[in-house]
Design a protein around this ligand. Structure first.
Ligand SMILES: Cc1ncc(COP(=O)(O)O)c(C=O)c1O
Length: 402
């Protein structure tokens, strides 16, 4: 038996759309990418969605767009963010020239706590050097965006949700990814909607959307969605009498963050069944919770909510001295159950950010604890009853060894 954190089944829906891509003889961005963008924007509830080649590039492009936008964020300023996340969030901040500053997270939903952000901002004497709050909806749990947006407003900051792990989670009656100026998503393998590699950015801001379309295409001057630029003309840009080509005319410095028709086709097929994916994962979380409840003195089980679109089944060791994460993970892996640690607290537990270790030593007790004692197993939509029972049986066998 092998229970992985995620799985993909490329079934008839995916094959049908992939075959349409092949039949179209176009694999670089075209009508499938445009269709995915429209459908994802509708699903999240934003005016715009721009597909990119990864969640990481979506973060970088979003930050760049906020910097270039009128009344956006100032270069080289500080971004308040989560210490407990996949490393890409902090990497994108640093690589975009900003400085990440960390506040501690909540023990149950793993997101940054609004009161901690407020206390931090009230304690610093350089508030004007802060530009953005970038919370992460980890494992599908929504951060308290209502409170975070209020704090941002009070201190003159913008907000940027990292929704890479929250595809369809609800927050204050809206969907994560529609509660800030801009939000990124990742469709990496094992995410609820998966395309192998792909990302997206959602926004209601016309200027941000326009800038991201340019940034992801090496700063191309033409930002038309469907254009005649390949024929040497563009209705929007005036190239004058000179012999310039709109495909190779650039008015800002950008990246190549474009995706492909294949990725969009797979994501579209997945999106068609998103409600089933979310519901199945919720049912699996509920079932595992009910059947592992007897161990809740040893492990913190995930809080159940039908508002959450679960990325995985996160657990936290409560008494590491009685039963360590290392031992539990090792025993589960021996039984074929894949486990992954809860990322580690970036400034204190990740080597690439070790220059920050001393500064944050003892300042992020919850993130440090979760980074050292949190982990997750799969709750994905392809697990059947036998799989779930096997997971329960394996946990029981291992935890009763103590
Ligand atoms: C919270 C978070 N942010 C950003 C990313 C980056 O996405 P990608 O791997 O598509 O670049 C991920 C990836 O899983 C993530 O979990």
């Amino acid at each position: 038996m092998r229970i992985n954190v995620g799985a993909i089944e490329l079934g008839s829906d995916e094959k049908e759309l992939l075959n349409e891509v092949i039949a179209s003889n176009r694999i670089s961005e075209g009508k499938f990418v445009r269709r995915f963008e429209r459908e994802w924007a509708d699903f999240i509830g934003t005016k715009h969605c721009i597909a990119l080649n990864s969640g990481t590039s979506s973060l970088i492009a979003g930050l760049k767009a906020l910097e270039l936008k009128e009344n956006g964020i100032k270069p080289k300023t500080k971004v308040i963010t989560s210490p407990l996340t996949y490393i890409a969030t902090s990497n994108a901040i640093v690589l975009s020239g900003f400085e990440p500053v960390y506040v501690d997270v909540d023990q149950t939903n793993f997101g940054i706590i609004p009161d901690n952000i407020k206390a931090y901002l009230e304690s610093v004497d350089d508030v004007e050097k802060h530009s953005l709050i970038l919370p992460v909806h980890l494992m599908g749990y929504a951060c308290d965006m209502g409170a975070i947006n209020q704090i941002a407003k009070k201190f003159g900051l913008l907000t940027f949700e990292d929704s890479a792990q929250a595809h369809g989670t609800k927050c204050d009656g809206k969907v994560c990814g529609s509660l800030s100026t801009v939000s990124d998503f990742s469709f990496y393998i094992a995410h609820n909607v998966q395309a192998g590699e792909m990302g997206a950015l959602t926004t209601d801001d016309n200027e941000v959307a326009r800038l991201v379309r340019k940034i992801k295409a090496n700063g191309r001057a033409c930002d038309c969605l469907i254009c005649t630029r390949s024929e040497g003309t563009c209705p929007k840009i005036n190239l004058g009498e000179e012999d310039f080509d709109p495909r190779f005319s650039h008015d800002l410095i950008g990246y190549n963050f474009k995706t492909t028709e294949f990725q969009a086709a797979i994501a579209l097929a997945q999106l068609k069944k998103i409600n089933w994916i979310i519901k199945k994962r919720q049912e699996n979380v509920k079932y595992l919770n009910e059947n592992l409840a007897e161990f809740s003195d040893l492990i913190q089980l995930p809080k159940y909510s039908n508002e959450v679109s679960y990325l995985a089944y996160p657990l936290v060791i409560k008494k590491p001295q009685v039963f360590s994460r290392k031992k539990l993970r090792l025993e589960l892996e021996k039984k074929g159950i894949e486990t992954r640690p809860l990322f580690g607290s970036i400034p204190t537990q990740q080597q690439s950010f070790s220059h920050l270790k001393q500064r944050y030593n003892g300042k992020l007790p919850v993130a440090d604890y979760l980074g050292a004692n949190g982990f997750y197993v799969g709750c994905h939509q392809y697990l059947n009853q036998d799989d779930l029972d096997y997971v329960v049986k394996s946990f029981k066998a291992v935890l009763k060894q103590r």
